[in-house]
Design a protein around this ligand. Structure first.
Ligand SMILES: *Cc1c(COP(=O)(O)O)cnc(C)c1O
Length: 395
């Protein structure tokens, strides 16, 4: 058997070692240092925004966004159920309550259901959206651009505007995805809503080991987020703190790696897109599954690829499929376990969740690293087809 082809691994072909070594050499290894501000500057330039604050993780970026959105104990926040749990947990950190929303066929939040929920299940009075069942204030919505595929932000922003909801874009999987048509043409994931959160975790399109960043429509808000992330230290020498802060700032060693990764971002996106095209060719006409597309009118970073398995023909469980492929040297995974079914969230509010369970039982993610060779891709597609055909034949 050949080598194991993992799902998604980081790529350090560039100046990562050089810059990290430089940061260590300078002795600036913690939450101060020039690489942090340089990374923020590079991100802001790339995204076309005024300010970006680098922080410790995508999760902390989301937490800081919720704080800045004014989410306080007792509030409610609309969240997707089909996503990684880090998009939802920060709601609980604020002692607020999630309301789980379904996905549409893009795997992102269903904008029609979002609107219906606001219209039918809530009351809008005095500029506040009130969930009728609890009488609580629905203050914000977290929208995830799943696997790099952009959500329908035009419709979502319209609804949010109507009902005075703050919009937090979880762009952790979508750095570099942008709209090419419509009202937001030219705008990147995370720069449309009130807040945009990014992640540099090891499996994301670029990585700093662990890390994240946040931007906001208002530059002053980003500066305040940066202040919150650094223990709200008001002066360099006397330790004056006028608010309760967090230790959420990125470190200079991480940022050094991040600066090198930013130099490669465009190249990584181009490779993800090219690899996707080859997979598309290889899966075209496949009778047991369909390679999912990306939203028209956008250019996606194509971070993750999804095969939608035909459940009338392939009845094996995801676990069986994944195990078989692992034995054949191919790393795959199922889309996430739905969050409203996870133990901490079983009693949480939800609205007409119908599509997410179906997608959750059908979607297989498969290798998408930026260093994949053409031969690897052909091998992966072949093995997936083989395994699914074996199950379809009723093995
Ligand atoms: C990765 C990810 C996060 C969290 O990012 P971390 O940097 O790991 O904290 C949040 N939401 C989604 C959808 C993610 O995929």
């Amino acid at each position: 058997m050949g080598r194991f082809i993992p799902l998604c691994v980081p790529n350090f072909e560039g100046n990562e070692r050089k810059y990290a070594d430089d940061a260590i050499g300078q002795g600036w290894v913690s939450t101060g240092g020039q690489y942090i501000t340089l990374l923020e500057k590079k991100m802001a330039e790339f995204l076309g925004v005024e300010e970006v604050a680098a922080c410790q993780s995508g999760t902390s970026a989301l937490h800081l966004s919720l704080i800045e959105a004014g989410v306080v104990p007792g509030d409610m926040v609309i969240v997707p159920t089909l996503t990684f749990i880090a998009a939802v947990n920060p709601v609980k950190y604020q002692f607020a309550e999630p309301i789980f929303m379904d996905c549409d066929d893009s795997l992102c939040m269903d904008p029609v259901k979002l609107e219906r929920f606001c219209e039918e299940e809530c009351e809008f009075k005095g500029g506040r959206l009130i969930y009728k069942q609890t009488g609580k204030h629905v203050k914000a919505v977290v929208v995830v651009h799943v696997f790099g595929n952009l959500a329908d932000m035009e419709r979502i922003m319209e609804t949010a505007g109507r009902f005075n909801l703050k919009v937090i874009e979880d762009a952790t999987e979508a750095l570099g995805s942008k709209y090419t048509e419509g009202r937001y043409a030219g705008r990147y994931a995370g720069t449309v809503g009130d807040f945009g959160a990014y992640s540099y975790n090891g499996n994301k399109i670029i990585t700093t080991g662990g890390g994240g960043a946040v931007t906001a429509a208002d530059a002053g808000t980003v500066r305040h987020i940066r202040y919150l992330s650094t223990q709200c230290k008001d002066d360099p020498h006397y330790y004056i703190h006028n608010e309760v802060g967090f230790n959420y700032r990125m470190t200079n060693v991480q940022a050094a790696i991040g600066v090198a990764q930013m130099e490669e971002l465009q190249e990584f996106i181009a490779r993800k897109q090219k690899n996707y095209e080859l997979y598309r060719e290889l899966f075209s006409g496949f009778e047991l599954g369909e390679l999912m597309g990306f939203r028209p009118g956008t250019s996606s970073n194509k971070w993750f690829y999804s095969l939608k398995i035909d459940r009338d023909k392939v009845r094996a469980t995801m676990r069986e499929i994944i195990t078989s492929l692992e034995k054949r040297g191919i790393g795959t995974r199922a889309v996430w376990g739905l969050i409203h079914e996870q133990l901490p969230y079983r009693d949480a509010a939800r609205y007409k969740i119908e599509k997410a369970p179906d997608y959750s039982s059908r979607i297989l993610n498969f290798p998408s690293s930026t260093d994949l060779k053409e031969g690897d891709i052909r091998h992966v597609a072949e093995q997936i087809k083989l395994v699914l055909r074996e199950y379809a034949d009723g093995r």
